[in-house]
Write a protein that binds this ligand. Structure first.
Ligand code: IPT
Length: 968
């Protein structure tokens, strides 16, 4: 087997469209005989015909290293072996597959038969009945072989040798697990004489004439002309040339109207669904069917936590429905074509798709792009072959609006050749490649992780008068629309700054939106020793080269449960924007659909005062076309008065009136609120003995001046805290602050994680006790002085008036400024009046609504695979924190706070590498934050935007604390 060439695979028939045909097919999926050898040299010579009695078995499709043969490995940009192209290392698992099968009579009835492989990672040699059929390169690409003369009646022997690493690995260095094997289906196809060898149906939409145009090229085996039949339209014509169709509807992602089309010859019928649409660039705008579109996108890898990149139809469908429910309308198939059936789902459910070729040479970045295959003529055919397989397989899908050459392969003539080839074969779609920094052969200007300032500048530059000194390349670029193929890195707590990005995308006509990196966390699930399961990431399998938890960076976890980031993103990209005016006399409804009017939406409103609905109703909206806005009057019953103690909230929601494939009628698309904070009654002080040991229900530790008990509740604190358990983003360096160390390091250097509190004094007065403390950082002299006035206010409650005053020595921004309390017992939940239900931070709050929320213990914080700070709720006015030891009721007298309730201390979280390492601590950790820093998206992209940072500053708050008996 040759695994160090620079060539594409061999022996395949020319790449062609994936077609649904009535010709016989036979799946060869199932259990195959299997053995793995540690290297090519040590692999057995008799693998094709020797005895397999001592071999094991594997499931095809599947990855062998997820089935007990070796283990997976994760690396991102770094190559897992020396950069020595085109050579793989000697230590290179070689999987030998064998299957003895009988071809079905239906397949054998036809003289021509094909053997199709939809995905083998990374290189394979295929033998049928001891004859070499061919080889494959391009793991996520289809390879078909003509086995007409080889397939026999009786038992056939298929032998496939797969190398985990090969020359192809240099072209497939995507940020994901290394998962070898035959991981997509294997199929035998009968090819009838006079059947349809290939088909390219371009369904264009003329938006001036409101007509569809079908451009059909059907290649019939042995010549001849097929017929094209669209029963719904009464069309039955020769399948050749161009056909105009009046009275049809166009396809778009919001209204994915498809028409069933059949192409028939005397011996074969293939069926497909066409959607009429036209993709264009005009005046630096991205247009479909004449209208500008906004890509509300995600990058989608194919991943299942126990099966890797093996396709499951139900999982894939549910996943896309979940995207639709969260307002996502676009997918970049990062960084390879997905399973072919996913394209059907995109067409059917309505997604704008950037279909990306299986290409990434990112490993060469670490050697200064020396020897990058993109520039080397020896690899040219391999590059072209990959593009051809991508385009041909998926060319009939209306959802695909752009072909992407690949990801992170720097620059080079081979990339340009791919672009030119694709454009010549399919001028109906745009070419995307982020790496073409000069936009020489692309149709859109695409970037990844450009900062907010840069996004603004890119929007501005096309609005300025043309520069006479612009180079031709610059002048060309100024004609292109802009998108971010990756932005807002969804790793850990985050991504912060989404709303600021979206405001810019909306503000500039050039901007066509972007794709969050990434949709799914690619954790691998294994059984734990205790019977439970564990999610693992890079390094957990003992890899010598790995990138740790950088593979855990999705809007949904590996089992596709939404992370809070998805809920905030859904709100940011909501297709309806609802703004209630502060006087509550009117509400502005902006329709951000690109094609739909708001006829399918009902607007319902409700007013909630201190947790009780006092009025509600439905608003009648006048017609509102796409990208238009209307202002509606609000009923008097929605107005606020000054009577609320906690809050008076008016909420207006846009809900769907009819079922859709992804959500039942009544699905909330968007909401807007006006929150008027209430004025809680100020409880009068009651007479109570004030001593160094406490006042009222509050009992102090005389050594620290802090609480030991509140009524019957065991509680310690408050202690001033400015640190958080570093998030993934805190542990990385934002592209906007490259001159500074990462937050986590700065905080540690500043001693913020190890502050020490000293009691200055306790001064009992007539009806209050004043406790003064200084919280300082070790090694340094930065400190915060806290003055806490305690008084008794009746009913067993105490009042605290807190003033926090930092000295001038702080040079590092804080994570937060808060009061930390520790309660006895594990947390049992919380009820709060504040923003929720999901967690929120100053720059990650778009999805949060003011409400009276109940949180179960599992909802208090986020079960991040790598533990870190999470779970804050901003704008809290009132909260009950329930633990095994009792209930603490906290309410704000003057202004709201951010509340975090956690089963684990920040030190514990910061020290743990995995969630399954955490064990119960028997306590509940509560933080009442007066101020917080944002979270940013520094793992890739900008850190916390300046306006969301938290430099040292004084703060004050007044609170009522009370112990309540935990209800049974
Ligand atoms: C970018 C990659 O395109 C993507 O595959 C992923 O690795 C992402 O980063 C990080 O998770 S490339 C990066 C160097 C900007």
């Amino acid at each position: 087997m040759r695994i160090a060439t620079t060539r594409p695979g061999s022996g395949t028939i020319a790449p062609r469209a994936r077609l649904r045909s009535d010709a016989p097919e036979q799946s060869l999926d199932g259990n195959w005989r299997f053995r793995v050898s540690p290297s090519l040299r040590s692999a057995p010579a008799d693998w094709r015909d020797g005895d397999t009695a001592r071999w094991g078995t594997v499931e095809v499709p599947g990855h062998w290293n997820l089935q007990g043969y070796g283990s997976p490995a994760y690396s991102n940009v770094q190559m897992p072996f020396p950069v020595d192209p085109p050579f793989p290392p000697d230590a290179n698992p070689i999987g030998d597959y064998r299957l003895d099968f009988t071809a079905s009579a239906a397949v054998l009835a036809h003289g021509r038969r094909l053997l199709r492989f939809d995905g083998i990672e990374s290189a394979a040699e295929i033998w049928l009945n001891d004859t070499l059929v061919g080889t494959t390169r391009g793991s996520r690409l289809t390879h078909e072989f003509d086995v007409s003369g080889l397939l026999m009646e009786g038992v056939n022997r298929l032998a496939v040798r797969v190398a985990q690493f090969s020359d192809a690995t240099y072209l497939e260095n995507q940020d994901m697990w290394w998962l070898p094997g035959i991981f997509r289906s294997v199929t035998l196809l009968a090819r009838p004489d006079g059947g349809i060898a290939d088909l390219f149906v371009r369904a264009d939409w003329d938006h001036h004439a409101s007509e569809g145009i079908l451009d059909v090229a059907a290649e019939v085996d042995g010549g001849g002309v097929a017929r094209l039949v669209i029963e719904e339209l009464g069309v039955d014509v020769p399948a050749t040339g161009s056909l105009r169709l009046a009275g049809v509807e166009p396809w778009n992602a919001e209204h994915p109207r498809l028409y069933d089309v059949e192409i028939r010859t005397g011996t074969e019928t293939v069926s497909l669904q066409v959607g009429f649409r036209r993709v264009e660039v005009r005046d630096a705008r991205l247009l479909v069917n004449g209208s500008p579109i906004m890509l509300r996108g995600v990058n989608r890898h194919e991943h299942r936590p126990r099966h890797g990149r093996v396709f499951d139809a139900t999982v894939a469908r549910d996943e896309l429905l979940l995207m639709k429910r969260h307002n996502i309308n676009a997918v970049r198939t990062s960084h390879y074509p997905p399973h072919p059936d996913v394209l059907d789902l995109f067409d059917e459910l309505g997604f704008w798709v950037i279909d990306e070729c299986d290409l990434e040479t990112h490993g060469f970045e670490h050697v200064g792009w020396r020897g990058n295959p993109s520039t080397d003529p020896a690899w040219r055919d391999a590059f072209l072959d990959r593009m051809q397989r991508t385009v041909h397989r998926d060319k009939n899908h209306p959802s695909v609006i752009m072909w992407s050459l690949g990801n992170e392969s720097h620059v080079g003539a081979n990339l340009e050749a791919m672009a030119r080839w694709a454009k010549s074969v399919d001028p109906s779609r745009l070419i995307h490649y982020e790496g073409d920094r000069e936009s020489r052969y692309v149709d859109v200007y695409s970037r990844m992780y450009a900062s907010h300032d840069e996004v603004r500048e890119i929007g501005e530059e096309v609005l300025r008068p043309a520069r006479f000194d612009a180079t031709p390349a610059e002048a060309h670029r100024l004609t292109l629309p802009f998108l971010q193929c990756e932005f807002a890195h969804a790793m850990g707590t985050g991504p912060g700054g989404l709303e600021e990005y979206w405001d810019l995308f909306e503000a500039y006509p050039r901007h066509a939106g972007g794709f969050v990196w990434e949709w799914i966390e690619q954790g691998i699930t294994v059984d734990g020793p205790d019977g439970g399961s564990r999610t693992l990431y890079g390094g957990d399998f003992g890899e010598a080269v790995h990138d740790g938890n950088f593979v855990i960076d999705g809007l949904v976890d590996a089992d596709r449960n939404p992370r809070p980031g998805l809920l905030h993103y859904a709100a940011v990209i909501a297709p309806v924007v609802i703004d209630v005016d502060p006087g509550r006399t009117s509400v502005r409804i902006a329709n951000r659909f690109d094609f739909l009017d708001l006829g399918h939406i009902r607007l319902q409103w409700s007013r909630v005062v201190d947790g009780a609905v006092t009025a509600s109703g439905t608003l009648t909206a006048p017609p509102c076309g796409p990208r238009e806005a209307v202002t509606l009057e609000l009923p008097d019953a929605g107005r606020s008065d000054a009577s609320a103690e906690v809050a008076d909230v008016l909420t207006v929601e846009a809900v769907t009136t009819a079922d859709s494939p992804w959500a039942g009628a009544g699905h909330v698309l968007a909401s807007g609120q006006h929150v008027r904070e209430g004025r809680p009654p100020v409880p009068p002080r009651v007479a109570a003995e004030a001593t160094e040991e406490g006042i009222g229900a509050a009992r102090f530790d005389v050594a620290t001046g802090g609480l030991v008990r509140l009524g019957d509740l065991e509680i310690t604190g408050p202690i001033v805290g400015v640190w958080r358990a570093p998030t993934d983003n805190d542990r990385d360096q934002g592209t906007d602050e490259l001159d500074l160390p990462r937050y986590a390091e700065r905080w540690r250097a500043a001693g913020m994680d190890r502050t020490v509190t000293r009691l200055i004094d306790v001064q009992p007065g007539l009806d209050e006790v004043v406790v003064r403390t200084r919280t300082g950082t070790p090694i340094l002299d930065s400190a915060i002085d806290a003055t806490v006035r305690w008084s008794a206010v009746g009913d067993g409650a105490v009042r605290l008036d807190v003033e926090l005053e930092p000295n001038a020595a702080w040079t590092t921004e804080w994570a937060r400024l808060g009061l930390d309390l520790v309660l006895a017992g594990e947390p049992l939940g919380a009820d709060l009046a504040g923003y929720g239900p999901m967690h929120s931070y100053p720059d990650l709050r778009s999805g949060a609504r003011f409400g009276w929320w109940h949180l179960d213990p599992s909802e208090l914080t986020v079960d991040n695979v790598k533990p870190q700070e999470s779970g804050s709720r901003i704008g809290v006015r009132d909260a009950r924190i329930v633990t095994e030891g009792g209930t603490l009721h906290v309410s704000a007298l003057d202004h709201s706070f951010a509340l975090t309730v956690s089963r684990h201390s920040r030190q514990t979280l910061a020290a743990a590498a995995h969630n399954w390492e955490l064990t119960p601590e028997g306590r509940t950790f509560v933080s009442i934050d007066l101020a917080q820093s944002g979270v940013g998206t520094a793992t890739c992209g900008p850190g916390v935007l300046p306006r969301h940072r938290l430099p040292a500053r004084p703060a004050a708050i007044s609170l009522i604390l009370r112990h309540e008996r935990t209800p049974d």
